[in-house]
Design a binder for this molecule. Structure first.
Ligand code: ADP
Ligand code: MG
Ligand code: ZN
Length: 599
């Protein structure tokens, strides 16, 4: 039962019935007869009795009917009637009585005036209270919703964040600064103002930010980008101002802006008209960060899983110029995370965390925490005192089968396919002399892709030759080629690659004049939509015939590259198997390990 609602109903009923009663009973006042009429009735000898109560007159006529009237104040009714010309003889026949004023009457009239005031007052009181109760919205909507976590009771430390050693190392500098800002300032060191934490959901970005404040023992103000963009125009900006003011008063401290992509998208473009609010909020964040003095001692940590769509202004020096990547953990990382979350839980001796870590390719920290929790629940349901390996296995099945899972979890067969796919890319790159050298190969999922192969000087060349392009396309097709060689059927896993290869080939043909048939003309106007952060289409300004030639040329480039890749991989099938096996065992292999296969 909602008591506020009950109050509202009572109040409304009270007000309505009050006004109705006023209408009904107050209505009798209209029947008050003027004194002249009373006087003429009296002169005709028709009045039997007059009862005077204060100024009200209750007049009873000889026939028994009664009327009401009102006498003039301060003057007796008899005198008034005499003045109005009622003869003395008639007047003495009238029985004039004076009633003692009724006690209730006074109270009722006081209540009559006060009751509506009281009711209206109550009404507003509850409206205000309601408004304030609903999350500061109507009354104090400019206040930031930042929650303050006290810094003197650090609950999370780096020990709670397993793995992610590189990230910890980078953030350690921030921790040191927050602990002893004077030490750095006295040396004139420029302190980072903003750190951008990048990584897929559930990888521990929020956890890491809390750990930084816990390690440094400073307050932690956190707000989510989506909370900024909430209700009224201008609120976002004033919330930002408020948040930074609050933080400055509590410095040294950390401001944590979660999901900054919600406000930090590229400005100046967008579908729909509601971007002003976001832009203002973003501008205010930038203004506040620029306004930091060297001794402000506030560090802003922001988190996002879409760094690609952020406004470049956010990434300029003096803003979020430090970038800390929290990626999906590999099996060593997963084992450590499992260690953190099983600490203090009774595990039976059958539980092998290493084995669980190897089975859970694709799980992020949040998934692993959930896994441990599910296993504990299953054990409790069995009325067991310990968590068994079997509990973990059933929990994992439950999670993988579960409908609401968003992040990728891969089974053994998928793992094998991804391993061969990535090994294919890496091997083709290794075998083509002018290809970029392989830096790292991994079957741990990144974004949409099943795995990733990283090359060293990626996109660092300013002038690229036709052969380099061809090599690049061949490497890109290497993944699909390996799948085709090793497995009876191909998968959707290569769709990204195919798109990339086609795009590269199309650019060669239509933009760089690298096709003999098409020649040196460029076709189509590149169109970029800033809002989406990427090209979405091209203007066609050429004939069907040229379009056909372009398509054929693109097709030829891609297919030639594909055949080339397939040939390379077939020739070195043994190496392909070797690299894929390495990947299946270790998930991620670095350049030395990879190159060792060929020595
Ligand atoms: P994000 O902010 O990146 O989406 P969170 O920091 O909210 O992820 O992580 C969710 C939960 O997952 C954390 O509360 C923690 O229990 C668990 N978790 C994630 N990463 C780790 C890690 N590296 N070590 C231990 N626990 C982790
Ligand atoms: Mg988070
Ligand atoms: Zn690929």
């Amino acid at each position: 039962m909602n008591w506020t609602r009950v109050f509202y109903i009572i109040l409304v009923i009270g007000l309505v019935s009050f006004f109705f009663s006023q209408l009904l009973f107050g209505g009798s006042a209209a029947d008050v007869k003027p004194l002249t009429e009373v006087a003429s009735l009296a002169a005709e000898g028709k009045v039997a009795e007059i009862v005077v109560q204060e100024n009200d007159l209750d007049i009873t006529l000889k026939g028994g009917a009664s009327i009401v009237s009102r006498k003039e104040p301060e003057i007796g009714i008899a005198e008034t009637l005499k003045n109005l010309g009622v003869p003395e003889a008639q007047l003495s026949n009238i029985n004039i009585k004076v009633a003692s004023p009724s006690q209730w009457g006074g109270w009722i009239s006081i209540l009559g005036t006060l009751l509506p005031l009281v009711l209206i007052g109550l009404f507003f009181f509850f409206i205000l209270r309601q408004a304030q109760g609903a999350g500061n919205q109507a009354m104090s909507f400019g206040k930031s919703k930042a929650r303050m976590f006290t810094g003197d009771k650090p609950t999370v430390t780096f020990d709670d964040v397993a793995g992610a050693d590189e990230a910890k190392e980078e953030l350690n500098e921030v921790v040191e600064f927050l602990r002893e800002p004077e030490k750095f300032i006295s040396l004139g060191a420029r302190i980072p103002k903003g750190v951008l934490m990048v990584g897929p959901p559930g990888c521990g970005k929020t956890l890491m930010a809390k750990a930084v404040s816990g390690e440094a023992g400073v307050p932690f103000f956190s707000i989510s980008g989506s909370e900024f963009v909430e209700m009224f125009v201008g609120v976002g900006a004033s919330r930002v101002r408020d948040l930074f003011e609050q933080a400055k008063r509590n410095s040294p401290c950390i401001i944590f802006v979660d999901e900054i992509d919600a406000v930090g998208r590229q400005r100046g473009a967008g579908l729909g008209g509601s971007n002003d609010e976001r832009e203002q909020t973003l501008n205010q964040i930038l203004v506040e960060m620029d306004g930091f003095d060297t001794d402000t001692n506030v560090i802003v940590i922001a988190a996002t899983n879409r760094p690609d769509i952020l406004d470049p202004a956010l990434l300029r020096p003096g803003r979020f110029d430090r970038r800390v990547v929290l990626d999906r953990p590999d099996w060593q990382g997963r084992e450590k995370i499992l260690g953190v979350h099983t600490k203090g839980k009774p595990l039976s001796s059958s539980v092998d965390l290493n084995a669980i870590a190897k089975m859970t390719v694709g799980f992020v920290g949040a998934d692993l925490e959930n896994l441990v929790n599910e296993a504990a629940i299953l054990a409790a349901r069995r009325n067991s005192k310990q968590i068994d390996m079997l509990d973990f296995q059933s929990a994992m099945e439950k999670i993988i089968m579960g409908p609401e899972r968003k992040s990728r979890v891969i089974n053994a067969q998928e793992k094998e396919i991804i391993a061969y796919h990535e090994a294919g890319h890496a091997l083709v790159a290794k075998m083509l002399p002018d290809a970029d050298p392989v830096h790292k190969v991994s079957i741990v999922a990144r974004g949409q892709a099943g795995g990733v192969t990283m090359y060293l000087p990626e996109d660092d060349k300013s002038l690229m030759s036709r052969d380099y392009f061809k090599t690049k396309i061949t490497v890109v097709m290497g993944g699909r080629a390996a799948e085709e060689i090793m497995f009876p059927t191909v998968t959707t896993g290569a769709s990204d690659d195919l798109q990339r290869a086609t795009k590269l080939a199309r650019a060669m043909v239509t933009r760089y004049g690298m096709s003999e048939k098409i020649g040196l003309l460029t076709y189509g106007k590149k169109e970029e939509l800033v809002f989406l952060g990427k090209e979405i289409g091209e203007h066609r300004s050429y004939s069907e015939e040229i379009a056909r030639t372009i398509d054929l040329e693109v097709r030829k480039l891609v297919l030639d590259a594909y055949e080339n890749a397939k040939q390379i991989l077939s020739e070195h099938r043994d190496k392909l198997v070797e690299v894929a096996d390495l990947l299946m065992n270790q998930e991620t292999i670095d350049a030395p390990t990879f190159n060792a296969v060929f020595s």
